[in-house]
Design a protein. Structure first.
Length: 468
């Protein structure tokens, strides 16, 4: 029974051979060896990274489809290979892709050259590219406390595209935090559940270009008609709509028609609707019909999770201290974290060197935008902490032992110790507290942080505000 996975792999080879022929199977798949199968993950030993790239690009569909058929739903594939032949120290494991089978990306017709659907209801809709990236699935999206709510909303919409509970879904956030990935995942899930669903992802810039082309050829009615037939419309970078009255006037009837007919509308933007300039109130009001949610920058725990995931995708085993270092310093975006992982990967290969703290620091010198260190003082910490806890700063210095005030006071002690050069005695003098009280407060926060979620969130948010 323990060798059953090897017998199944032989069955896989037979199916692959029937599809791609004897020669290609012998060349590309015979060298692969099934090493182990645990927790529904099959690990294949392959000769080199070139085989991995070949499997992931040219043979992805046939390989993943065959594995699913033989090993069952949910099977995942990992690759084990030597960077240096027969050198055990260079052995790495690379996590296989989790691309969606529902998105072919064959670019059957470009949107620009597509003929709009006619009035004949029985006429078959021409095939078109939904502009979805097969890798941007929910399964490839890292979830943490900071992004759990927008992820949950997105998944609900994807699983219930005909409901108006969260329609439209307006997702906003800074550059590089994963907005595009999340809304593309909605489109992919819809296509997975209903291959015939008309799903389209388009940036606002693309929408404008298509509209301009339709205007030139006097085809705006056909343009409107085509967009109004979508089951799910995903529009990225809506901030580009500012001061574009013509584009807004065309988008308005598309929005109305789709919403009235229970079709899903999803938008991303770098700011919430009420902060968009130069857009008619009637359109802003419609964006508010559904739900508006912010996708924040990843918190510390999520940054660590993303780093581990991205490293596994590239066959890297990042030491815990390296992950901690990167996560502490790279606080910008998911894109920044991805860049650092790739930088470490390339530098490690070029130098033929192990991944160390020093190597990671060298990469981050070039990857993280240098920002002048902001000087943080006692008064700033008191003000930021009082604001977070919604307290009058004066009560911090009182003798009150009310829980919120006591917590805020200890947080101030902790942050002053961490972010300023003040000694514990100096902190005590400023807070009218004894030296021992300050030491106890700092120690209490340190002890509670690992398991007190609310406190951890509070400290992180206050510190983030102070560093802005």
């Amino acid at each position: 029974m323990t060798e059953d996975y090897k017998i199944k792999w032989k069955r896989c080879l037979e199916i692959i051979r029937d599809n791609i022929g004897e020669t290609k199977t012998k060349t590309w798949f015979s060298p692969a060896k099934p090493l182990h199968f645990e927790n529904n993950r099959l690990t294949l030993g392959i000769p080199s990274r070139f085989f991995y790239e070949k499997y992931e690009d040219e043979f992805y569909s046939i390989l993943s489809g065959t594995l699913k058929k033989v090993y069952g739903d949910g099977v995942q594939l990992d690759y084990e290979l030597f960077i240096i032949r027969n050198d055990n120290d260079s052995k790495v494991t690379i996590m296989g892709s989790q691309k969606s089978h529902a998105v072919k990306n064959k670019f059957v017709q470009s949107m620009q050259s597509m003929s709009p659907v006619g009035d004949n209801k029985n006429e078959k809709t021409p095939d078109f590219d939904p502009q979805l990236n097969e890798s941007l699935t929910f399964e490839n999206y890292c979830i943490g406390e900071s992004n759990r709510l927008p992820f949950t909303i997105a998944e609900y919409i994807a699983n219930n595209p005909g409901k108006n509970d969260f329609n439209p879904f307006f997702l906003y956030g800074d550059v590089g935090v994963g907005k595009t990935h999340l809304i593309q995942a909605i489109g992919i899930r819809v296509k997975e559940r209903n291959p015939n669903a008309k799903v389209l992802f388009v940036t606002l810039r693309q929408f404008q270009n298509l509209m301009a082309n339709a205007t030139i050829h006097k085809q705006i009615p056909s343009f409107l008609n085509w967009f109004q037939q979508m089951d799910v419309l995903l529009i990225d970078d809506l901030q580009e709509l500012s001061h574009k009255d013509g584009t807004a006037n065309v988008l308005f009837p598309i929005f109305n028609h789709l919403h009235q007919n229970g079709k899903a509308l999803v938008f991303t933007c770098d700011r919430p609707p009420m902060e968009l300039d130069g857009i008619a109130d009637r359109l802003i009001d419609r964006f508010k019909w559904g739900i508006t949610e912010q996708l924040p920058k990843p918190d510390l725990a999520l940054r660590k999770k993303i780093l581990t995931f991205k490293a596994s995708k590239n066959g890297l085993n990042l030491p815990a201290e390296v992950i901690d270092l990167i996560a502490e310093r790279a606080t910008g975006s998911v894109r920044e974290l991805e860049g650092i992982v790739m930088g470490i990967y390339l530098r490690s290969i070029n130098l033929n060197a192990p991944i160390t703290l020093q190597l990671a620091q060298e990469v981050m010198q070039h990857s993280i935008k240098k920002v002048e260190q902001k000087t943080i003082n006692f008064d700033m910490i008191v003000e930021a902490t009082a604001e977070f806890y919604r307290l009058n700063p004066d009560v911090i210095f009182s003798k009150s032992r009310v829980r919120d005030i006591a917590d805020a006071r200890q947080v101030i002690m902790y942050l002053c110790h961490k972010l300023t050069s003040l000694s514990s005695s100096a902190i005590g003098q400023k807070l009218n507290r004894r030296h021992a009280t300050v030491l106890h407060g700092i120690s209490a926060i340190n002890d509670r942080l690992p398991y007190a979620k609310e406190l951890s969130v509070a400290v992180e948010k206050i510190e983030e505000d102070l560093r802005r």
